[in-house]
Design a binder for this molecule. Structure first.
Ligand SMILES: *Cc1c(COP(=O)(O)O)cnc(C)c1O
Length: 377
């Protein structure tokens, strides 16, 4: 039997190789590698996909989140509240603005910001909240919005993993003042290298973003403000447009696979073994960037799955507040109990549009054997 991949981009790309080659060949022909026509085209298409008024291409997801915070006026002397259970880029983007990241707790079930514990992270300096739709699962936005409104705080979405995810029918990327996306190759929509985007419904913010990502420039020689070089490459935009045409179909397959995983996990022996899938907040539909479960026996389960040919991933074993680089911003071990527990318990199972429901059945059969093996000891 062919081995089970965790993520198989080669096969995914091979399925549309003709379209990808055509898209790249066009860029080679016209040679406008910086802000070529493909960039504007992709921005329109992506805004359309998300359902936002504007999308601004960026060099990567970290740059996109930095820009998304910067144009809201986030900077020195301010604090931004974010979960510690996320990729470090979420915190780095805050620090890049000059503001201070303040880590908030997540819930064990959703693995996302816990609205009931959000207020305890606030101070007089709090200016914004970053809602990270981790693994593709939208946060409990109604609750977060209600709390943000009490203090007039901006909400920025880190939608790096959530292309196509919805909350009460609205897509991630339309749920805050600004939202950042990553097109890192392994994301649901991935470039052939680094790329990202910011979406917003606010035309003023959209204009600021356009300036910021391109040296504060509107015309070639005149710079209206200090910006950055955060542009999306033409070649990446061309690849992204070609792949965007297939994103719905790929996300649908991810959702089918996730539904099958969830079906298995509701049955024996999973249901009597301590292993749980990520729970969706009311109204949230995940894009299933990752299929994450939590179990107190994580390391052993991972090793037993590996021995039987099932690759798994860790997202993320060290929470931000315990990262050496971020120690000055966190309260140290024991300060975020749920987050720290999740970091020890999360396990990502194979999830990729090239997998089939039969593959998920195979993976769950093997997981079943692992549980039985572990119970017998
Ligand atoms: C991938 C990712 C980012 C950063 O994106 P890059 O394109 O790698 O810079 C930020 N936040 C989260 C949650 C991510 O998964």
């Amino acid at each position: 039997m062919k081995p089970i991949p965790f993520l198989d981009l080669q096969t995914l790309h091979a399925s549309i190789a003709g379209e990808l080659n055509d898209a790249m060949a066009k860029v080679l022909q016209h040679g406008q590698f910086i802000l070529g026509p493909e960039v504007r085209l992709f921005e329109h298409q992506f805004a359309n996909f998300v359902g936002s008024r504007a999308a601004i291409g960026c060099a990567n997801g970290t740059a996109a989140l930095h820009a998304a915070l910067h144009v809201l006026g986030i900077g020195p002397g301010m604090e931004v509240v974010l979960p510690a259970h996320t990729f470090i880029a979420t915190a780095e983007a805050v620090i890049l603005t000059g503001a201070r990241p303040v880590f908030a707790e997540v819930t064990e079930e959703t693995m996302l910001l816990d609205p009931t514990k959000l207020r305890s992270a606030f101070s007089a300096r709090t200016a914004a909240i970053i809602a990270v739709h981790l693994y593709g699962m939208p946060c409990d936005m109604d609750a977060i919005r209600a709390i943000a409104a009490e203090r007039n705080l901006a909400i920025v979405e880190d939608a790096a993993q959530a292309h196509g995810a919805t909350y009460h029918g609205n897509q991630a990327g339309t749920l805050g003042a600004t939202a950042s996306f990553s097109f890192f190759p392994g994301k649901n929509l991935g470039a052939f290298g680094d790329a990202g985007a910011v979406t917003t419904n606010d035309p003023t913010l959209a204009r600021k973003l356009r300036l910021y990502v391109n040296h504060g420039r509107e015309a070639k020689f005149e710079h209206l403000s200090i910006g950055n070089n955060y542009r999306l490459d033409t070649l990446q935009a061309a690849v992204l447009s070609a792949k965007l045409r297939h994103l719905d179909e790929w996300n649908n397959q991810r959702q089918r696979l996730a539904a099958r995983y969830i079906e298995h996990f509701a049955q024996e022996p999973f249901s009597s073994f301590p292993v749980q899938v990520q729970v969706a907040p009311t109204g949230a539909a995940s894009s299933y960037h990752l299929m994450v479960v939590r179990t107190p026996h994580r390391n052993e389960v991972m090793e037993e799955l590996r021995k039987r040919g099932v690759p798994t991933g860790l997202h993320y074993p060290i929470p931000c507040h315990l990262q050496p680089a971020l120690a000055e911003f966190g309260g140290g071990p024991g300060s975020l109990v749920v987050t720290e527990k999740l970091a020890q318990q999360v396990l990502s199972l194979p999830m990729c549009p090239t997998l089939t429901v039969d593959d998920v059945d195979r993976i769950c059969d093997i997981f079943r054997a692992v549980i039985i093996h572990m119970k017998l000891r």
